[in-house]
Design a protein around this ligand. Sequence first.
Ligand code: ZN
Length: 414
Amino acid sequence: MEIRAPLSIDRLISELNALAKISAADPPVVTRVVFSEADLRARAYVKGLCREAGLDVHEDAIGNTFARWQGAEPNLAPIGTGSHIDAIPNAGLYDGSVGVLGGLEAIRVLQQLGFKPRRSIELVIFTAEEPTRFGIGCLGSRMMAGVLSPSQANALRDKEGRNLEDLRREAGFNGALDSVQLSAGRFHQFVEMHIEQGPILEQEGIDIGLVTHIAAPASMRILIEGEGGHAGGRLMPGRKDALAAGAELILALESAATSTGAIDSVGTVGVCEVFPGAVNSIPSRVRLETDIRDIDAARRDRVIENLRSACEQVATRRGVSIQTEMINADPPATCDPSILHAMEQAAQGAGKSSKRMVSRAYHDSLFMARITPVAMLFIPCRGGVSHRPDEYASPVWIGSGVHVLARTLAALAS
Ligand SMILES: [Zn+2]
């Protein structure tokens, strides 16, 4: 498919700006928590644009939205593209939205050029990619992939104690939750466009990132129970300081992640809660929350094992009790070589530079990969900044992404 016509993205940029204004916070801050008033208005806006483009719009019981451009052979499994429009509190306007409105723009460009897809092309808007409300990321795609069961979903509550079941029905999404899971053949292939959320493309002056792997996050909670006491009265011999034990574990994780020798292994302790948290009191209880990621599941799990054995050693040596709890350990995804090849060809044909890279953040594509071949297309974002109001991708970067996405979709749907 030759896209010769000049690609004007004025329409897309003005739609991105209009979507950004649908927010629970004052512009330029974007806050759109799933099933909030802003989320529902944003959904209505995007669905309206999809209908204007002649797409058939359907929603499932959790609010995942499918907007279909019917192909010449409608019985064939469609090519999917899309992302999310929910946004964490105090976010910017490009994360997720670029993949949704940019995906729609790619479809409209193909329509305007008179392209007739053989397979249908379906834009997907995933519910709650961000974990803000229910504490679990990629809610919609997890359920599509069957990774989160309807009963597990039913048990989810927000901070106010309201359950998912009531909130989704209030938002107008009825139907049985067990109808959300998709069969493995429901999509033929899936491509997600997204801002990089890292600095590499901008630093190297490259237009398009071709994502070969999506790193797999794992999260382990560590609870340390020692003995408190007066910081002056209790002498050093025989102390059971829970925070001193925790400090050893923080360093043990750093060393476990570093010692794999692989640049893709990362380990972080992002939460350290100390009880009672007084300057003159020996810490008696500490909670650590760890985030451990890699593109290689076995290597990541070895880091987790090393951390676990450090827990045992520290507990014995310091006489404290240490309990660990795995919160989640999702497998990483490897992107599909044939989609990567199509994207590479598309970039070349569009005269755009590209490079293969790893996604260190996770996305709905991580879960879509369980049921369909996926790949992701990254565009640069300024300074690698994301999840902040000053998140920025230039119209030129977005235009390049849409151009390459349109060519990719055309090739995959032919
Ligand atoms: Zn995102």
